[in-house]
Design a protein around this ligand. Structure first.
Ligand code: ADP
Ligand code: MG
Length: 510
């Protein structure tokens, strides 16, 4: 059952909420929770009858219907992959159902945390009531899916069930030779090398589980293992969790699931990248069978994710324990020395292709000192330097390099938050006016948002307690302190409020 259909603020002002809740007679705007939920329930039932439970659970399990306005049914999903899949495969069908049931002529699917729905605080309330359904696993990580556009697509241009299950389309640059080893990744790299040497034999670390924040080389190391495996004439299969899901569900639909499973088992090495995106109960069960079968047959598995196995939300406990049962390695943030060496390697490669591309050492040092985030941004910096060098026609200097990568540096600076912005967001989010927040009104619907606004001001700005008191209608600093402590203790005891405040913080800082 879908519980996360609510679009009204948690602490909404009831008088205002009731006007918004009316369904207009002409059905131009259906925003009240209950009708919205029943519309979606009915449509989902029809989809199930047409497509089967698995398909609906896998593709629509994490879909949320935000509302129907002006003839448009607006929905969100947690990942871009899901959006594009639904757009290409199910848009017409959804349109048909919404036309007959929801009086909507068109449908619009957006990615949560991106695009138009990000602008509205009320529409992206944290999922407080999400039922512990495996189908929503992917939803729990909405917004965090920074995937590279250059991610190798194993079955590009083919229907999934026609796709060969052999390895294809690995990025040829992602090899061990091109992987620069430093303090934060030496252990992971050593483990990956060891694994690649023992494929087909007595595997020592199975599965090898690599986890790290974005851009620190998980995909690079996983593919390096695949290349090494291929070079030995062994069969490796590299898949992202998205792709796994996609191909499995397609195989189910085209009734080639048995072949799919056989092919899966018929390999020497299975790599599943970004496993935090694995969602859907049936898909997870199948994944579990496959990894069990591979483990029993002593085949090697490599899994990469942005978090350790224990923190994979919504994933079946058996899968978690299986994944964590081998060797688990983490890649930490790059230190400056590693960044400098990765840059130098990239620049040398670029210079080999174009001898006119010369980057002075001081520029490399400078870039390594300011681009502190991850490998993707280092790549971005080199690309900007290349473009700049092509256009400038003059030798690169520290100054010209600084101009070339300025946008990357800017994007990394933490955004300054102003009390005014906090007041604006909090009042919109909780449906109270700015004047209410600054007033001395003591009704519960105003007090809590006011305390949260004070708490946010204390944690996100550099203002002192007395200054914050002054900004909130000339209150005493002890009132502000009380509010901060109050919210801290509420957060400790109320996970839903904790999520909600984390969301507000993200909206203010990102
Ligand atoms: P992740 O999968 O962890 O998000 P990637 O493997 O896609 O990160 O790495 C992002 C970019 O940084 C890639 O271009 C990759 O080649 C590069 N990179 C990461 N770590 C290293 C390293 N140790 N040496 C060289 N390049 C690296
Ligand atoms: Mg990756």
């Amino acid at each position: 059952m879908f519980q996360h259909m609510t679009i009204s603020p948690i602490h909404s002002n009831s008088a205002k909420a009731s006007t918004r809740d009316t369904i207009q007679a002409d059905s131009q705007s259906v925003t009240r929770d209950a009708p919205l939920r029943s519309i979606w329930d009915r449509i989902r039932r029809k989809l199930r009858a047409e497509l089967g439970d698995d398909v609906v659970a896998s593709w629509f399990g994490s879909l949320e219907l935000l509302g129907i306005e002006g003839g448009v049914a607006r929905m969100t999903v947690p990942t871009r992959f899901l959006k594009s899949w639904i757009d290409t495969h199910y848009a017409a069908r959804l349109r048909r159902h919404f036309a007959t049931d929801g009086h909507a002529a068109s449908v619009e699917v957006t990615v949560r945390g991106e695009g138009r729905e990000a602008g509205s605080a009320k529409r992206i309330l944290p999922r407080r009531t999400v039922e512990a359904s495996a189908n929503l696993a992917g939803a729990a990580i909405a917004g965090g899916n920074a995937r590279s556009a250059s991610e190798p697509q194993l079955w590009q241009g083919k229907k999934p069930h026609e796709a060969p299950m052999q390895l294809s389309a690995l990025d040829r640059h992602l090899t061990f030779d091109n992987f620069v080893v430093g303090r934060s990744n030496q252990f992971a790299c050593a483990a990956a090398r060891k694994v690649s040497e023992t494929i087909g034999g007595q595997s020592v670390y199975n599965p090898l589980y690599i986890h790290a924040a974005v851009g620190l080389g998980k995909t690079h190391l996983s593919q390096a293992i695949a290349h090494a495996c291929q070079a030995e004439g062994k069969r490796a299969l590299y898949l992202t969790a998205d792709r796994f899901m996609h191909s499995f569900v397609s195989a189910l639909r085209s009734q080639t699931a048995i072949q799919f499973k056989d092919q899966m088992r018929n390999i020497d090495l299975l790599i599943v990248d970004d496993v935090q995106f694995l969602q859907g109960k049936t898909v997870q069960q199948e994944f579990c069978h496959i990894i069990n079968a591979l483990a029993d047959a002593r085949r090697q598995m490599v899994v990469a994710a942005d978090r350790p196995p224990t923190e994979l939300e919504g994933l079946d406990e058996r899968i978690k324990s299986r994944l964590g049962g081998g060797l688990c390695v983490e890649i930490g943030a790059f230190d400056e020395d590693l960044r400098r060496r990765i840059l130098a390697r990239r620049i040398t490669a670029a210079t080999e292709r174009d001898a006119s591309f010369r980057v002075p050492q001081e520029v490399i040092d400078f870039v390594a000192s300011v681009i502190t985030s991850n490998g993707r941004d280092l790549d971005g910096a080199v690309n900007r330097l290349l473009a700049h060098a092509n256009l400038a026609g003059a030798p690169m200097t520290l100054e010209s390099a600084e101009v070339a990568i300025r946008d990357l540096i800017r994007a990394r600076e933490p955004k300054r938050v102003r009390v005014e912005e906090i007041l604006k967001l909090v009042s919109a989010h909780f449906n109270v006016t700015r004047a209410d927040l600054l007033s001395s009104r003591r009704t519960a619907s105003v007090v809590r948002p006011r305390q949260i606004a004070m708490y946010l001001s204390k944690t996100l700005t550099l203002r002192s307690l007395p200054e914050i008191g002054r900004r909130f209608g000339g209150r005493d600093h002890t009132t502000v302190l009380h509010a901060v402590r109050k919210v801290e203790s509420l957060i400790d005891n109320d996970p839903a409020l904790k999520d909600e405040i984390a969301l507000l913080k993200r909206m203010l800082t990102e």
